[in-house]
Design a binder for this molecule. Structure first.
Ligand code: PMP
Length: 408
C-alpha cells in the first residue's frame, strides 16, 4: 500500500469532484457516514433500471433475478465477517434497528425482574435506550462500566461487575464520539466466562478492520451499511443461529411466516423470521457492491492507511497548546475529538465549513460520555480509506486561523 493506491481508491468516489463554498471538499466526517464509490451508485441505478421487482415472492424471472442479487449480499456479508452461515445474517434498517431487535426480542425471551444488563459509559444512544426500554418493561437493572479520562475502559470494574443476575452485555467496539477502541475479545471472553451473552456494536469498526465473528466468538454483532461505503437504510445483525433460533420475532407481517390463520401463525426459519415486510432491496444490492469493493482493496491496507493518518493527526494536534484532545489513549481508530480554548465546537465547524472542510460538532449521540468529560459537545474529525494526509494538514492549519481569529 502506498499513497498512489490511496489516490486510486479516492478517485472512485465522485463526491470528491465537488466544491464546497468555493473550495475542494475536505470530508472529515466519515464516522457519521462514509462517501459512496461510483460502483455502489452504479449498482443501485443498474438494479432499478434492469431488475427491479419484489423479492422472495414472484415466480417470474425478474423477481428471481432481484432475489438472487439481494441474497448475494447476504452471502457476501457472511464471507466478509466470516459467519458460520448466511442464515445468521439478518437485514435491518441500520445498527439502531439491529440493537432494538436484540434488546426487545432477546430481552423478551430471557430477562426477568432484577436481572442486570452491562453497558459502557461510552455507548452511542442507540446502544443505551433500547436496553433502558426493555429494562423498564422487565424490571431489570443497567450497570455501566466506567472509563478513565483518556477513554480506556476500566477492565477491573468490568470483570467485577458480573453477578448471578447478569444476563447480557452490550458494548461498542470503537467509540464514535472519541474513537477509542475497546479490547473487545477480552470483554467477550470475560462475559462468556460468566455464561453471559454479548452484543458488539461494530458500527465504527466494520469499515476500519478485518472482522471474524467466529474467532471473536461474539453472540451478536451489528453495524450500519452507510458507514461501510453502502447506502443508508441498510444494516446488519449477525447472531449465532443457536440464539437467534430461540428468539421471538421483533416485527411481524409479510415474508416472515410459514402459515397464517386467524387463530394462529407459525413463523419462517432464519433469517426470514426477523425480516418482516418488503426490505430495502436496492439498498442491500448497493451494500453488497460496497463489500465487494472493500474485498478488492484489502482491509489490512485500509487499517494501515488509517493508522498512519491517525498517527499524523495526533502528532500535529498535540503540538497545538490551545487544543485539548478528548479521550485519546493510543488505540483510537479513525476518529479524534477535541475542544479549543474559548471557541464553541459549532463555531469551529461553521468556520471550517467556509473553507469546504466538513467536521462534526456536537454530542455525537453520547450524552453520558459528554457529561463524564464535562463538556456539552466536542469537535470530531474522522477518516476513511479516501482521506489524505494533506486534508488533515489543511484542517489543522485552519484550526490555527480560527484560534487566532477568536483570540486576536
Ligand atoms: N453505534 C455507533 C457506535 C454509531 O456510531 C452509530 C451511528 N453514529 C450507531 C450505533 C447508530 O447507527 P445508525 O444511526 O446508522 O443506526
Amino acid at each position: 500500500m502506498n499513497m498512489l493506491s490511496v489516490q486510486e481508491w479516492r478517485s472512485q468516489f465522485p463526491i470528491f469532484q465537488t466544491n464546497m463554498n468555493g473550495y475542494p471538499l475536505i470530508y472529515l466526517d466519515s464516522a457519521a457516514t462514509t462517501q459512496k464509490p461510483q460502483i455502489v451508485i452504479d449498482s443501485i441505478v443498474e438494479h432499478l433500471s434492469t431488475a427491479n421487482a419484489n423479492v422472495h415472492r414472484g415466480v417470474y424471472e425478474l423477481s428471481q433475478i432481484a432475489t438472487d442479487r439481494f441474497e448475494q449480499t447476504r452471502n457476501r456479508i457472511q464471507q466478509f465477517i466470516h459467519a458460520n452461515s448466511p442464515t445468521e445474517i439478518i437485514f435491518t434498517k441500520g445498527a439502531t434497528e439491529a440493537i432494538n431487535l436484540v434488546a426487545s426480542s432477546y430481552g423478551e425471551l430471557a430477562f426477568e425482574e432484577h436481572d442486570e444488563i452491562i453497558l459502557t459509559l461510552m455507548e452511542h444512544h442507540a446502544n443505551i435506550i433500547p436496553w433502558q426500554e426493555i429494562a423498564k418493561k422487565k424490571g431489570c437493572i443497567i450497570k455501566v462500566v466506567p472509563i478513565s479520562m483518556n477513554g480506556t475502559l476500566c477492565m477491573e470494574d468490568y470483570a467485577s461487575m458480573f453477578t448471578e443476575k447478569t444476563k447480557f452485555v452490550s458494548m461498542v467496539w470503537v467509540s464514535n464520539a472519541i474513537g477509542v477502541e475497546n479490547p473487545i475479545k477480552q470483554c467477550i471472553d470475560i462475559a462468556h466466562s460468566h455464561g453471559v451473552p454479548i452484543l458488539v456494536d461494530a458500527s465504527q469498526a466494520i469499515q476500519h478492520k478485518k472482522i471474524d465473528v467466529q474467532s471473536l466468538d461474539c453472540d451478536f454483532l451489528v453495524f450500519s451499511g452507510h458507514k461501510v461505503y453502502g447506502p443508508t437504510g441498510t444494516g446488519i445483525l449477525y447472531g449465532k443461529s443457536s440464539i437467534l433460533d430461540r428468539m421471538p420475532p421483533y416485527q411481524t407481517g409479510g415474508d416472515m411466516i410459514r402459515k397464517v390463520t386467524f387463530e394462529k401463525t407459525t413463523f419462517a426459519d432464519l433469517p426470514s423470521k426477523f425480516e418482516a415486510g418488503t426490505p430495502n432491496i436496492e439498498g442491500f444490492i448497493g451494500l453488497g457492491t460496497a463489500i465487494q469493493f472493500l474485498q478488492q482493496i484489502s482491509m489490512d491496507d485500509i487499517t494501515n492507511h488509517e493508522l498512519a493518518l491517525m498517527n499524523h493527526a495526533i502528532k500535529l494536534i498535540e503540538q497545538k497548546e490551545y487544543i485539548k484532545v478528548i479521550g485519546y489513549n493510543g488505540t483510537n481508530v479513525s476518529a479524534l475529538s477535541f475542544s479549543m480554548d474559548g471557541v464553541h465546537p459549532h463555531d469551529i465547524a461553521s468556520l471550517l465549513d467556509r473553507k469546504g472542510i466538513a467536521v462534526r460538532a456536537g454530542h455525537h449521540c453520547a450524552h453520558p460520555l459528554m457529561q463524564f468529560y464535562g463538556v456539552p459537545s466536542t469537535t470530531r474529525i474522522s477518516f476513511a480509506l479516501y482521506t489524505t494526509v494533506e486534508e488533515i494538514e489543511e484542517c489543522i492549519e485552519a484550526l490555527d486561523e480560527i484560534h487566532t481569529l477568536f483570540h486576536a
